[in-house]
Design a protein around this ligand. Structure first.
Ligand code: HEM
Length: 233
């Protein structure tokens, strides 16, 4: 007899945890991407927006209180997502003797495998995104690195950084990883939540996942390229 797995660590529950925590992060990304587009409204509007994020909920909450609630929710989502991903990955490896991808062998696909490029890149993509977030926080939130010059103004930090081609390149690489991760991840999350019950719904899921990934990736990439090509700043 194998020992019982507690319900909260069952594969189904972990898949749902991955899906819900992923969708929380998608919500954050949409809001963040939309907020970044304020850069087109000029320095005052962008810096005011950053300042107002900290005043949210005042006087009920202290200065920065709402932002900290968002940060804690986001950290919990990231933690749950990584924990579920690692546990599911180790479980799949153990179940297939380390030959995970052979589970998906299929003669119906030209590649001989049911998995697409995005799903192959989930693990490496996830790691790339984690490294990018640390670099990004050092750049914009902690101010420990300041490519192009330090400033107290978030607008100036953004413009100073994205005037440099290699900074734009690092963001482009990271955002491509985000895009592929979101493309497969959105599909997988909604499938885990039971949305892929027919061929027709699977087709719709595919379209939706492509739109989510494209809108977020392109939306994030617009400000850096606008700065690089001198349209902003
Ligand atoms: C070109 C793309 C991006 C730009 C221009 C950008 C810009 C910024 C800026 C200016 C801030 C500081 C906001 C402030 O303190 O007022 C920030 C914070 C942050 N960004 Fe981004 N961001 C980009 C992409 C991303 C991506 C793809 C992610 C996640 C995968 C991300 C995650 C975060 C996080 C977690 C914070 C910290 C929020 C906080 O706790 O204060 N960003 N970003």
């Amino acid at each position: 007899m194998t020992p019982r797995t507690p319900v909260w660590r069952s594969t189904v529950v972990l898949k749902v945890v991955m899906a819900l925590s992923g969708l929380v992060m998608v919500g954050f990304l949409v809001a963040h991407m939309y907020g970044n587009l304020k850069v087109f409204s000029g320095q005052e509007a962008f810096d005011d927006y950053s300042h107002h994020l900290r005043e949210l909920g005042e006087p009920l909450l202290p200065y920065g209180g709402a932002l900290w609630i968002i940060r804690i929710a986001l950290l919990a989502a990231v933690g749950a997502h990584i924990f579920a991903a690692v546990t599911l990955w180790r479980r799949a490896r153990a179940a297939t003797g380390g030959k995970g991808s052979l589970r998906y062998v299929s003669s119906r696909s030209r590649r001989g495998s049911q998995r697409g490029y995005a799903s192959f890149t989930m693990r490496w993509g996830g790691l790339t995104i984690a490294l990018f977030v640390i670099y990004h926080l050092m750049h914009f939130t902690w101010n420990t690195i300041s490519p192009g010059g330090a400033s107290d103004s978030p607008y100036e930090r953004l413009v100073n950084g994205f005037e440099i081609w290699w900074v734009v390149l690092t963001y482009t690489i990271a955002l491509l990883a985000v895009g592929f991760h979101l493309w497969h991840g959105t599909w997988a999350a909604l499938a885990s939540l039971g949305a892929n019950t027919s061929q027709r719904r699977r087709r719709h899921l595919n379209v939706l996942a492509t739109i989510v990934a494209l809108v977020i990736t392109v939306g994030f990439l617009i400000p850096p390229y606008a700065v690089l090509f001198g349209l902003v700043g």
